[in-house]
Write a protein that binds this ligand. Sequence first.
Ligand code: CA
Length: 222
Amino acid sequence: MRLLLVEDHVSLADELMASLKGQGYAVDWLADGRDAAYQGATEPYDLIILDLGLPGKPGLEVLREWRAGGLATPVLILTARGSWAERIDGLKAGADDYLTKPFHPEELALRIQALLRRAHGLANQPQLEAAGLQLDESRQCVTRDGEQIELTSAEFRLLRYFMLHPGQILSKGHLAEHLYDGESERDSNVLEVHVNRLRGKLGREVIETRRGQGYRYAGVGA
Ligand code: CA
């Protein structure tokens, strides 16, 4: 999943970038409201974390612009402590959730996971589950019939994306756009290698190849 972090407090942004990358997200970081307004509307993010006090353009205005333009991406706002007015304005402007600074990194991690599941119609799953597999997002491993299967970080990122889109045909280009940040080189051969390694660990039938179209997480037995 690819996230946009909009935060002008550099040390907080650094900390969040490290934490989010450690959780297997591809993250782009912006500190200016004008840049965020543009990039958030043009790049295919799966979720946006938006600070409200920003240089260039206030976060609330950025959010209103996105929603007025039809952007449906989940947005989690970061608000100042004690500012209930800010939280209410943010929710009215179309935020899906908020966190008050300072916050515990684990709370942010769990809110992001919940927002992503909800955005994909999987709010009923406290843990991602499909095709007889359960994904443990905090430990980045998968279990089947109580047996734990270890994953590399790249395999985890790919499997999480598949499990959030069960039954959907996903082209290599689409996968690359959602698994790598804006700075990374996107190589579809590497993607193919990871798909094959996942098949080796989980069984060939779990990920189907649709010739000329892409991959489909089959959802067999789900
Ligand atoms: Ca700020």
